[in-house]
Ligand binder design. Structure first.
Ligand code: NAD
Length: 475
């Protein structure tokens, strides 16, 4: 039963943007289960707000590292918050979920929910955590699902705990989906656009209002189903904007229009907004790819064919291939060629390689018989886990270009947006530059003599291709 109207927005009365807190009001005991991008950042930020937080993970190495100040992920500003709160005793790390459950009032589930083979969400980690919660519940607990889970998951978590718990304890299961972005996760967590509390229990909702009061954000109360759907709908909508502008870009390339002008022209309409209108090589990461597929699957399970989001998924799959396809229009035979890649992470400021467009690019190049040299400021270790010795890794971006036959920019890290173009031209065998993120000025690239193909913008110096034919053909 709904205790709150679905659009009941409670404005945040707190002025605590600088996070100065009234310690008397705080100190809830929390566990955050799953110490990844969401769990570790959320746990650290709740500790920063002076709650007692236990971060739990099954990965012993990760927990041991955290106890010694080693961050398992790269996230700007995270280490400072973790170190400070670990030192002052607000933040602990453990693999002992049973004890953490017993010691906490509120338990956040923030484990991974990766794609299953059929595009659904793998909820096995959520189930494993719920079982341990059931076995160790010893008082009133609020169990919060922060992982992205299909609508109805809260119901079965509630049923599972009710069936498996020993004794008769009161508990509530609430859905509080997470919206942080990797690369700015700490800031996003401290200053979210909104907090969603999807609760069937007024008591739990009130406690969670209190817990979230120092975040600089409105709180939206919904029922649990709506909260679960909100997360998927938000990601599917953002992914739709990306696939939409990428398709517009593909039309621009074929018609002489420039997608950046088009994006500005439509984005200044406040109903549309200029956010998520940057054409590129497609979305990646741990969320949009899996969440769009899972949302389509949820629709199908409810006898609904979600045509828009199904197309978004397919457009994105194809978009990831466009960079190598463009290179092939310049250099049809890639066998034995050396191709230099800038950027491997799915976006700047993260080391996350999950569903990164670079994975598609590398696969295509290797399948075509090319040799790949790559550079990324942060994601190189992650990349080595994935590509092993199939590609060559270079710390310095300019080293990747040396004696390469073409350059592909995949991830727009700051350092790749400000390259010394004369040096780049001097290092490459031929000045062929495929830019998947539209980082360079068309006029400048024209003057510098690059064969420069970006996304949704005119192909620079295409007319010079004939004279480069020999370079492209020679090895
Ligand atoms: P992650 O893979 O970075 O972290 C998950 C952690 O859970 C891992 O450290 C893993 O060892 C741990 N874990 C797995 N099973 C466990 C168990 N039984 N007990 C304890 N720990 C266990 O995942 P993430 O990116 O933090 O995502 C977590 C959830 O949040 C997912 O549902 C994801 O869709 C959602 N989400 C992610 C983001 C993002 O940007 N990464 C943003 C919003 C929501």
């Amino acid at each position: 039963m709904l205790r709150y109207s679905q659009s009941d927005i409670i404005p945040n009365g707190s002025n605590n943007k600088d996070l100065e807190l009234n310690k008397e009001d705080k100190e809830m005991k929390l566990s955050v289960v799953g110490t990844g991008y969401v769990g570790l950042v959320s746990g650290a930020c709740f500790a920063e707000l002076d709650n007692e937080v236990i971060c739990v993970d099954i990965d012993e190495e990760k927990i041991e590292g955290l106890r010694n100040g080693i961050m398992p992920i790269y996230e700007p500003g995270l280490k400072e918050v973790v170190d400070r709160n670990h030192a002052n005793g607000n933040l602990e790390f453990t693999t002992d979920l049973a004890e953490a459950v017993k010691d906490s009032d509120i338990i956040f589930i923030a484990v991974g929910t990766p794609s299953t083979k059929d595009g659904g969400a793998d909820l096995s980690a959520v189930k494993a955590v719920a079982e341990v919660i059931a076995e160790n519940i010893n008082d009133y607990k609020i169990v919060i699902d922060k992982s992205t889970v299909p609508v109805g998951t809260g119901d079965w978590v509630e049923e599972l705990i009710a069936e498996q718990m020993e004794g008769d304890y009161e508990f509530d299961v609430v859905s509080c989906p997470e919206f942080l972005r990797e690369g700015s996760a700490v800031g996003d967590t401290m200053h979210p656009d909104r907090v969603i509390i999807g609760s069937e229990s007024e008591k739990a909702a009130e406690i969670l209002d209190d817990l979230h009061q120092d975040f600089d954000a409105p709180i939206i109360h919904t029922n649990r189903y709506s909260a679960e759907v909100i997360k998927y709908a938000a990601n599917a909508f953002l992914a739709t904007k990306i696939s939409f502008i990428n398709e517009v870009a593909n039309i621009c390339e074929r018609t002489g229009a420039n997608v950046e002008d088009v994006a500005e022209g439509i984005g200044t309409d406040h109903r549309i907004s200029d956010k998520f209108l940057r054409a590129g090589v497609g979305y990646g990461g741990a969320c949009f790819p899996k969440d769009t597929k899972a949302f389509v699957k949820t629709a199908a399970e409810n006898d609904y064919d979600f045509k828009v989001v199904s197309s978004v998924v397919e457009v994105n799959r194809l978009q990831k291939k466009t960079l190598v396809n463009k290179l092939k229009t310049i250099m049809p035979d890639l066998e034995g060629r050396t191709i230099s890649l800038l950027g491997l992470a799915f976006k700047p400021n993260t080391d996350d390689m999950r569903e990164a467009p670079s994975r598609t690019v590398v696969k295509q190049l290797l399948e075509a018989g090319a040799e790949v040299k790559a550079s990324d400021p942060i994601a190189m270790d992650e990349a080595k886990e994935i590509f092993g010795d199939k590609i060559t890794y270079c710390e310095d971006p300019y080293d990747t270009m040396k004696d390469s036959d073409a350059l592909i920019l995949v991830t727009e890290w700051d350092e790749f947006q400000d390259l010394d173009l004369n040096r780049v031209k001097g290092l490459l065998n031929a000045p062929i530059f495929i830019d998947g993120r539209n980082c360079y000025d068309l006029e400048e690239m024209k003057q510098k003599g690059f064969i420069y193909h970006s996304v949704g913008r005119p192909f620079v110096n295409q007319k010079d291709l004939a004279s480069f034919g020999e370079i492209a053909a020679s090895k």
